[in-house]
Write a protein that binds this ligand. Structure first.
Ligand code: DAH
Length: 338
């Protein structure tokens, strides 16, 4: 490419952007003067044409003509903007259907997690966060989990090669809070947890919990029960009942599992509650003295309760979702209902 062709190409670009930016017919006229006018660039280039080697002349001549036409066209289009004879492309067809604005919304799990946190906040709990990649110490050891406890099995928990894990519960956040704060503490910790479960209607490999922890002097099981009861009523209305069943967790003593009466069928039995009238929400209990010792709290002075809530379980109850796999498939027909 010779210098004349380069000048032509540059001039076309410049002229086009000047035409596009033109605010009046006078602006367009000045484009004409600069490029096509008698003392403009194109007549000048035409005079230089004689200086180029014969074998380039054909190509240069063609570039000259195309360039000049392109500039003329850009000017014509710009003029049309001012005279009102714009091309059809610019006309708005008011008979076309409008474009729908798709407004995003919160995922039901996020919505429910926020609602839970809001309820607990009104009861005086503070929301905290913890890491999803955890140490074995925080997820198991400090929570008093025996070495042979099945939850430690690599068939149940995801291990990284470096020995860290994907947390299998939100309970390690209890440890992290107590390690760094003096009692009293009153926290909830919502978050994602991971287990090597085979996904089915009520289990996923990756689900959500809210952990609760209250440590103070003279905390009792009655306090635990009342906070769970209040929570259930705030979330589902006055008619919901709760039931505590004795259970075992390494980090609480005594431990319970607790259920909410099924709000879908009112406790009569349906698909959602597997015809039992109750939905298992998670576990709870009084913090084991050994856990207090592990974080440096004196169990003779401090007492506390802890609880976990499965957010998916609450979502199933709250939104009448029969299968929690719907929550992860990102099918907009499902998500649009929230
Ligand atoms: N971390 C338990 C689980 O994932 C749930 C749980 C039970 C949490 C008892 C607690 C608790 O805080 O006290 O199954």
């Amino acid at each position: 490419m010779n210098t004349i062709i380069e000048s032509i190409n540059r001039a076309v670009e410049e002229a086009k952007s000047r035409c596009a930016a033109a605010k009046s017919q006078a602006d367009i006229e000045s484009v004409r003067i600069d490029y096509l006018g008698r003392n403009g660039l194109f007549p000048e280039l035409s005079r230089q044409m004689g200086t180029i080697p014969a074998e380039e002349r054909r190509e240069t001549g063609a570039a000259f003509n195309t360039g000049r036409t392109a500039i003329q066209q850009a000017m014509d289009e710009a003029v049309a903007r001012f005279t009102g004879s714009a091309s059809n492309d610019d006309i708005i067809d008011i008979t076309l259907p409008g474009r729908r604005q798709c407004v995003g919304r919160k995922h039901p799990i996020s919505r429910l997690a926020e609602e839970c946190v809001a309820i607990f906040r009104r009861m005086g709990f503070i929301a905290v966060d913890g890491p999803e990649i955890e140490s074995i110490y925080h997820n198991f050891d400090a929570l008093n989990t025996p070495m042979d406890h099945p939850s430690r099995d690599p068939q149940d928990t995801f291990y990284f090669p470096d020995g860290r894990i994907l947390r299998s519960q939100t309970s390690p956040v209890q440890i992290r809070v107590m390690e760094t704060h003096e009692p009293p503490v009153r926290i909830v910790a919502p978050g994602r947890v991971f287990r090597r479960d085979t996904p089915d209607a009520t289990h996923g490999m990756n689900f959500h919990q809210i952990e609760g922890l209250y440590v103070d002097k003279n905390v009792s099981m009655a306090d635990l029960k009342s906070v769970l009861q209040d929570f259930a009523r705030e979330m589902f209305g006055q008619d919901v009942r709760i039931r505590l069943r004795p259970h075992f967790f390494p980090f609480t003593e005594p431990s319970v599992e607790y259920d909410f009466s099924c709000v879908v069928c009112g406790g009569k039995g349906c698909n959602v509650c597997k015809h039992s009238g109750w939905i298992e929400i998670a576990g709870a209990g009084m913090v084991d003295p050994q856990v207090f010792r592990n974080v440096g709290y004196d169990p003779e002075v401090w007492s506390g309760y802890a609880f976990g809530l499965g957010i998916e379980r609450l979502a199933m109850l709250r939104f009448h979702i029969p299968d929690l796999r719907f929550l992860y498939e990102n099918d907009v027909r499902f998500l649009e209902q929230f």
